[in-house]
Design a protein. Sequence first.
Length: 461
Amino acid sequence: MKRVKLTSEWLAGWVPRRQEEVADAVCRGLLARAGPSGAKTFYQWTDAPNPETGKTKRKRVAMGRWSPDGGRGTLSLGEARDAFLKLQEEKTAEVAGTAEVTVGDLAKAYSRDVLARRGASGRAWSWGVIGVHVLDARLDPKRPPFGEWPARTVRAPDLAAVVRLARVERTVTRQAKGKGEVSRRLGGPSVARAVLAELKAIFGNAVGSGTLDATPAAVLRGTALGLTKVKRGRNLNERELAALFTALDLTALLDGIAKPQRLSPTVRLGLAFLLYVPVRSHSFIGARWEEVDLDSALWTVPVARLKLKQGARAAASDFIAPLPSTAVTILRRLQELAGESHWVLASPVEPKKHIGEKVLVRAMARLQEGGRLALGSRVTVHDLRRTWRTWAGALRVPFDVAEKHLGHVLPGVADVYDRSEMVEQRAQAAELVGAVFDRIRLGTAAPVVPLAERAARPSPA
């Protein structure tokens, strides 16, 4: 290959009759390619290992188009040489073991050392928060994303800025394959609290592994950043429950006469099910038909999808969820929609898969954003679970029965000595609360009379 001491003047006058390459005599390994069109492109040689054989093969990698002054995605000769030399320095440092560790490297190590031990849904959720609000965070438009910052240069004010940026609520729009534009809400106080926790964990893991000497996250406090945690008490009253049932068009769905909506029948039925059976959404999304016994009105949730404290999973048992009559009807409808799929919440697009982990969360938000469900304040999927518990308390369901039905650990020594599942008692409670929900949904047309009223009525002669 011809070797030339490249200059801007030489490149401007170089218009070969056919495609041609020359090597720069100043930077060994830097190439320039041109053709009859007159366009010039810089390349560099690099060693690329074959993933199958492990052998290394030299190949050309494009760096960018040439222009006399650079800019607008092009490179001047000086910029091409600087970029080439920088890449060579980074490669040398990597071989020598002195390459600068970035925040992204710390995050990957944290994922490998810590997140890998969590359940699939928890691991995916944490990494999603880290990816969007930490690694991709742009604190300064003149600097690269935060994930590319050298970890040893990060200071506490930088981490505080990442947390504050995550607190800003915003809606982003992107093009989704086959769906057109899709809007997604990002940020908020709860997200900022999660980002703070993950930053502390990422840098704490780096200190524990010896990568860093100290963590700049140690001095950060949520209260100082305005992230005082407030216990959420949102639940739906009778009027709001009626509005939710109307927005979901639940009665028509169960009768098979519902009109098409933006939200699929599977998603709407899934939201309704979580009101009648107050499990956590991640326990339901991965449910398979083999776990459900419709004839016995029982659903067995495996340990893998339960929320448990670290170390408690090994000794835990599957959770048995009694199904009230309306929940059974919902499941039968879902079974028709799922067809031959193994998943209870089969994806309408790809039935071999279940719906995404956050589909129900986003669907509840979309119901309220679109004005179909007008409530006094924002309601989340988890508020459906709190709604069930609130109504159970109002109907005088015994405390231990209601808490067991939610899968909560009983306080104090009660959990140590009382290990019963209370399936029969919980089934009665589920039918009682479900019957009240049916009365709200159907009014006087409700075929089910609440157990409390049933017990108060005189027996027939």
